[in-house]
Ligand binder design. Structure first.
Ligand code: ATR
Length: 284
């Protein structure tokens, strides 16, 4: 490793142009008066391991990892935390001076913290989760950590929801049921919280066509998509009087432990940070 490379971290993904991580970490660096940098790096799937080795040699403190590299990042870790092992995916790689790479997953804790702020405990509650990919896996673990009694996973391809449930059942206390999106009305009527983890509704992707009249009026609706911040799902839910929770809370809370790992200080998630990110999304 080079010495004197300074406090440099990266965020690695493909594409990376729309990542808010440089702005987010930049806000905290400025606020905490730390002379550091968070560099966005567009890295194709086939180049991932080679680029990570290069960044490590160049003296980077570590990297945040986003789509499509989270599984590959987990595989590169010499050591990992429980969250990464449970998710089989990592969004944070820390480069230690002895050459070891530590793989962590802060997505689950990010969602847990964001929900704790918005809804408090989910003790005794039923959560309806849409999607069965990597994000859904983390979300099940977050809901379980908050004490949900029941988690119902619905996915376009119902078999993927069943496979995810099989993998997670031994690790969670919550009762898990699964189904396809066609089963939505029956499950929606039972939900205290609806969580979208699918990529539908993300900028450029058409939204899910869900009839929210099936949802109870007191059910809250969370979309982990944050670009756009107000997804069609959240707009529809807000218009019907549901409490809505956007994806920025999760983004900010997953970033805080990464920042601490790179730059040595635990930053605060504040309304000022949210306003800064909202302004950037407005102009995206
Ligand atoms: P991630 O790791 O971000 O969760 P992923 O593993 O590619 O990404 O999963 C994407 C999820 O969004 C899947 O649950 C996918 O449904 P399928 O498994 O049936 O493909 C879901 N998804 C994506 N586009 C969708 C759409 N237009 N309608 C419904 N579900 C969609």
């Amino acid at each position: 490793m080079l010495t004197g490379a300074g406090k440099i971290a990266g965020v690695v993904g493909w594409p990376i142009r729309h990542s808010l991580s440089p702005l987010l970490h930049g806000y905290w660096l400025e606020e905490l008066d730390i002379d550091g940098a968070m560099v966005p790096l567009a890295v194709a799937r086939e180049d991932f391991a080679r680029i990570i080795a290069g960044l490590q040699r160049a003296g980077f403190r570590g990297v945040n990892v986003t789509v499509p590299h989270k599984e590959a990042a987990f595989a590169l870790g010499h050591v990992c935390d429980d969250a990464a092992r449970e998710a089989q995916a990592a969004n944070l790689l820390i480069f230690h001076p002895d050459g070891r790479i530590e793989a962590r997953n802060t997505d689950t804790v990010g969602l847990t913290e964001s929900l704790r702020e918005e809804t408090g405990s989910l003790e005794g509650r039923t959560v309806l989760l849409l999607g069965a990919g990597g994000a859904a896996r983390g979300a099940v673990l977050a809901m379980n950590a908050l004490g949900a009694a029941e988690i119902r996973i619905l996915n376009r391809h119902a078999d993927k929801a069943a496979t995810l449930a099989m993998a997670l059942k031994p690790r969670v206390h919550a009762k898990i049921e699964t189904g396809g999106l066609a089963d939505w009305p029956a499950h929606a009527a039972k939900a205290d919280l609806l969580v979208n983890t699918t990529s539908a509704g993300m900028k450029g992707n058409p939204p899910l066509a869900l009839d929210l009249t099936a949802l109870r009026k007191d059910a809250a609706v969370l979309d982990i998509v944050y670009n756009p911040l107000q997804t069609a799902l959240l707009k529809d839910a807000a218009a019907r009087g549901h409490k809505t929770i956007d994806g920025l809370g999760m983004l900010m809370h997953q970033a805080a432990p990464s920042f601490e790992a790179f730059f040595g200080t635990r930053p605060q998630v504040t309304p000022g940070l949210r306003a800064c990110l909202e302004r950037a999304l407005d102009h995206a």
